[in-house]
Design a protein around this ligand. Structure first.
Ligand code: ADP
Ligand code: MG
Length: 416
């Protein structure tokens, strides 16, 4: 069995990991860390929940140099704010004891806070591209000294929505740069990043093992569109915590509200909510104060919550890739998981071709609550959330849409 020591990880870091109970490298870590430590550019693909964050956080913490005012040395780019926060937290645990600081930059937070932080000097920036590009334009940050870059969820970052900013940012970093790309799905989109920004990269791909596949059950149920909230409520009463994915932000709000009405504690997370509301929704869900997190695809990538019992595709995903990432919020790090897709009559064909494309169990069954496993019975709600004044939830700076009272209701209700 390979140890972190065998992979060239400094004893100091191995010690920090051991304190958290991380003693043996996961396979993707065993595959990539030695190369990353040796300075190679690499592309790492491994299933959702397989430990990719530490696969890059360990070499980054071990190798990163000291930054100066406004000039960091390391950069991690991620597609969502929640993922930025989680990656920072994981990286900080390794970097800070080695006297390397980590700062996080994303929209919806005060830009003057970012500016102050940068003036103090930081070593590693974890950022969503939009906000970081803003800071570059304002000359609050200069990326020329950045010689260690990670692009997490790299295929998503290579999608059209992100690519122009990502390119501009990478172009502003040092040419003597080590560049790592990670994702559970590294498809065509990512080639442009590989070709343009990596030097002689080595590709490490880890397929899901049969055992891991068997840890996650995939169910598909015929459900009339109008019956979906009711079915979802019944599911969450049997299996929780649950992440429920909807196609639109509006639907996420509506479903959360309807679940609340149906007696299921639910909060919504999506791009039109203020950062305060998003943070609070995720915190309530992680603390067990609600049983369901109703989300758009903003929560599909990267974010980790321990032991999610079920992922419900309330609306079928747009693509197979979206199915993989949404579903990957359950069954993480060797845990068991359940994925349920609700299939309205007009979506049966699409869902069947998705099943074929991803080699999933085929066919769509009738609703069968008795098929639900018993190992994820909902735990009693942890505690009532004390009322907080709403002034603490600042609206997102760029959000064109101010959340209406109606949009806020699931949040307010959860608070009672
Ligand atoms: P991915 O990015 O591949 O989706 P994460 O990096 O979020 O997965 O890791 C999933 C979980 O596994 C996290 O809770 C993480 O702390 C845990 N983990 C990662 N590596 C190890 C390890 N070597 N031993 C034990 N737990 C680990
Ligand atoms: Mg990840």
């Amino acid at each position: 069995m390979t140890t972190f020591n065998d992979l060239g990880v400094p004893a100091r870091i191995a010690g920090l990991l051991a304190k958290r109970g991380v003693t043996n490298p996961f396979p993707i870590q065993a595959l990539t860390i030695a190369d990353a430590m040796a300075g190679r550019d690499l592309c790492g693909r491994a299933p959702t929940g397989s430990g990719k964050t530490l696969a890059f956080a360990i070499p980054m913490a071990a190798k990163i140099g000291k930054g100066t005012r406004g000039r960091p040395r390391g950069l991690v780019l991620v597609p969502t704010r929640e993922l930025a926060a989680q990656v920072s937290a994981e990286l900080r645990q390794l970097a800070e004891p080695l006297d390397r600081s980590v700062a996080t930059f994303y929209g919806g937070m005060s830009i003057s806070r970012d500016q102050r932080r940068l003036r103090q000097g930081i070593d590693i920036a974890v950022a969503c591209p939009g906000r970081l590009a803003d800071l570059v334009r304002r000359k609050d940050v200069n990326l020329a000294d950045v010689d260690f870059v990670v692009v997490d969820e790299a295929d998503r970052m290579a999608d059209m929505g992100f690519l122009p900013e990502v390119k501009r940012l990478l172009d502003a970093t040092s040419r003597q740069r080590q560049t790592l790309l990670f994702s559970a799905t590294l498809d065509g989109d990512v080639d442009v990043l590989i070709r343009r920004y990596q030097r002689n990269p080595i590709r490490h791909e880890l397929a899901e093992t049969t055992e891991e596949r068997n840890d996650v059950r995939h169910l598909f149920w015929h459900t009339e569109a109008a019956a979906r909230v009711h079915v979802t409520g019944d599911v969450v009463r049997s299996v929780a915590p649950a992440i429920v994915f909807t196609r639109t932000k509006h639907a996420a709000d509506r479903v959360a509200r309807q679940l609340q009405r149906d007696g299921v504690g639910a909060v919504a997370i999506h791009g039109n909510r203020s950062q305060g509301q998003r943070d609070r929704a995720l915190a309530d869900f992680m603390a067990g104060r609600v049983h369901a997190l109703v989300a758009t695809d903003v929560a599909a990538r990267g974010i980790h919550v321990d032991n999610v019992g079920v992922v419900v595709h309330f609306d079928p995903p747009e693509t197979g890739k979206d199915y993989v990432h949404r579903s990957g919020r359950t069954g993480r790090a060797g845990a068991k998981g359940l994925v349920l897709t609700l299939v309205p009559p007009d979506k049966v064909r699409d869902v069947k071709s998705l099943q074929r494309a991803l080699s999933l169990p085929s066919g769509v069954d009738r609703v069968a609550l008795e098929q639900l496993p018993t190992d994820f019975r909902p735990k009693p709600i942890v505690a009532r959330v004390p009322e907080r004044p709403h002034t603490s939830a600042k609206p997102a700076r760029k959000a064109p849409h101010k959340p209406s009272r109606q949009h806020r209701r699931p949040h307010a209700r959860a608070a009672r």
